[in-house]
Design a protein around this ligand. Structure first.
Ligand code: FES
Length: 395
C-alpha cells in the first residue's frame, strides 16, 4: 500500500472514530435531557392487594409510550400532606416491549411519606406527573445473545453469558422485565428470590409457571417459612450463587443494603466480577465523622447519606430525587473522603459529590458548588421531595 493510501486510511479511521464519539456524546446528552423531562400519564387501572398497590399507566391520548429498558424506573411527582412537592421512583414491572402501558408495583409503607397518600387518594382515570423511564440498573447486552436471537443458532455453537438475578422482597420489581429480556436473548437465567414468607413472594405462581415452560431456573428462598414449605429455607449465600452462575455470569442484585453488600463482597472474593446492584435504601452509617458545609455542621452517625445528615441538622440542601439522577444535591468536596452507597446516573463535576449518594469515610469539609456560589441555597420547601428509598420500593 502506498504511503498516500495509508495516510488516507488513517485519516478516514480517525474521522470515523471522532464521528462515532460525537454521535455518542449527542445521544447521551439527549437521553440525559429527556430523563429530566416530565410527562403526564393516565392511571387507567388500579388494584390493591394487601400492602401492595398496582398501577397501570398509559398515555392520555392512547399514544405509544417511550421505550423502557428492562430494570428502569419511573419517577412519580406529587405533593405530601403539607403540599410540599415530593417524588419517588418506582420500577417498571411490565414487559419492556410493552409500549401501550407501564405497570408499577408499589409497597405501601405505613410510615412512608408518599405511598399511604397514593393508597388513599389515587383514582382511576386520574392524570399523574411522571418522568420518562430512567435508571442505569439494566441487564447488560451479551453480543452472543444478539446473535442467538437473530440466527436461532444451535446452542452448541453459540453460548450466551448466563444471568443470575437476585431479589430481596420488593426488589423483585426491576428484575421481572429482566427475566423476560434474558429469556428472549436465549440466555441461561436463574432468579433467586429471597423473602420472609410465601405470601411475600410477588408473582410466585406466575414465576413457577414460567419456570415450567421456559429455561428459567426459579429458586425462591424463605427465611421464615411455615412447616409445609418444600423449598429452600434460610438465606441465600454467595457460594450458592457463584455455583449457579459461575464466574462469567452477569449478577444483578436488588435488595436491602445489607443483603446487597454482603453478597457483592463475597461474590467478588469468589471471582465473580460482573456484579451490578440496586438498593432499596442505604444502610445507616455506623461511623461518626464531622461534616461541615460552609458554617453549618452535621455528623454522619446514624444517617444513610451526607444529604440526610445535613438535612437532619437543619442545613437546607436542595434535593429532588434522592436517588442520584437529578443532580440537585451536588456539593463541592474541599477535603475528606466519601464512599458511594447508591449508584448515581447524574455525572458531577470534578471535586463534586452527590450528597444523596455518599456517606462520609472521614471528616468532610464541603462547600456549595462553585457554579451556584453566588446563589442562595433553595429553601427546603421549594425543592424538597423524597424518593423511593424511604418507601422501600427500589429506585
Ligand atoms: S437529590 Fe437528586 S441526585 Fe441527589
Amino acid at each position: 500500500m502506498s504511503s498516500t493510501a495509508m495516510i488516507l486510511l488513517i485519516i478516514t479511521l480517525l474521522s470515523l472514530y471522532l464521528a462515532v464519539g460525537i454521535m455518542d456524546g449527542v445521544r447521551r446528552r439527549y437521553l440525559q435531557f429527556k430523563q429530566q423531562q416530565k410527562q403526564q400519564l393516565q392511571l387507567y387501572r388500579l388494584r390493591r392487594q394487601g400492602d401492595l398497590l398496582k398501577l397501570w399507566l398509559r398515555h392520555p391520548e392512547g399514544q405509544l409510550l417511550a421505550k423502557a429498558k428492562p430494570g428502569q424506573h419511573l419517577q412519580l411527582f406529587s405533593q405530601d400532606q403539607l403540599g410540599h412537592p415530593i417524588s419517588r421512583a418506582y420500577s417498571i414491572v411490565s414487559d419492556y416491549k410493552q409500549r401501550r402501558y407501564y405497570s408499577l408495583a408499589i409497597k405501601i409503607e405505613a410510615t412512608g411519606r408518599l405511598t399511604p397518600l397514593l393508597a388513599q387518594q389515587l383514582k382511576q382515570g386520574q392524570l399523574l406527573q411522571c418522568s420518562y423511564p430512567k435508571g442505569h440498573f439494566q441487564l447488560e447486552f451479551s453480543p452472543r445473545s444478539f446473535f442467538n436471537s437473530f440466527v436461532k443458532a444451535p446452542k452448541l455453537l453459540v453460548k450466551s453469558r448466563p444471568v443470575v438475578l437476585i431479589a430481596g422482597g420488593i426488589g423483585i420489581t426491576p428484575l421481572l422485565p429482566m427475566v423476560n429480556a434474558a429469556l428472549r436473548q436465549q440466555r441461561p437465567v436463574t432468579l433467586v428470590y429471597q423473602a420472609r414468607q410465601l405470601q411475600d413472594l410477588l408473582h410466585h405462581r406466575k414465576l413457577l409457571r414460567l419456570a415450567k415452560n421456559t429455561n428459567l431456573h426459579y429458586l425462591p428462598v424463605l427465611s421464615q417459612p411455615d412447616t409445609e414449605w418444600p423449598g429452600q429455607r434460610g438465606r441465600v449465600h454467595a457460594a450458592q450463587l457463584a455455583q449457579l452462575g459461575g464466574t462469567k455470569a452477569d449478577y444483578l442484585l436488588c435488595a436491602s443494603a445489607t443483603m446487597v453488600r454482603e453478597l457483592e463482597q463475597s461474590l467478588a472474593t469468589l471471582g465473580c466480577r460482573r456484579v451490578q446492584h440496586e438498593l432499596f435504601s442505604a444502610a445507616h452509617s455506623t461511623q461518626s465523622f464531622a461534616i461541615t458545609l460552609g458554617t453549618s455542621e452535621a455528623n454522619s452517625l446514624g444517617h444513610s447519606s451526607v444529604l440526610d445528615a445535613l438535612l437532619a441538622s437543619g442545613v437546607k440542601v436542595p434535593f429532588d430525587c434522592r436517588g442520584g439522577s437529578c443532580g440537585a444535591c451536588a456539593l463541592r468536596l474541599v477535603s475528606g473522603d466519601c464512599k458511594n452507597v447508591l449508584q448515581n446516573e447524574y455525572t458531577v463535576g470534578e471535586h463534586e459529590i452527590l450528597s444523596c449518594c455518599v456517606q462520609a469515610n472521614s471528616p468532610l469539609h464541603l462547600e456549595w458548588p462553585t457554579t451556584a456560589a453566588d446563589e442562595q441555597p433553595l429553601p427546603l420547601q421549594q425543592s424538597s421531595s423524597l424518593t423511593t428509598h424511604d418507601d422501600t420500593t427500589f429506585a
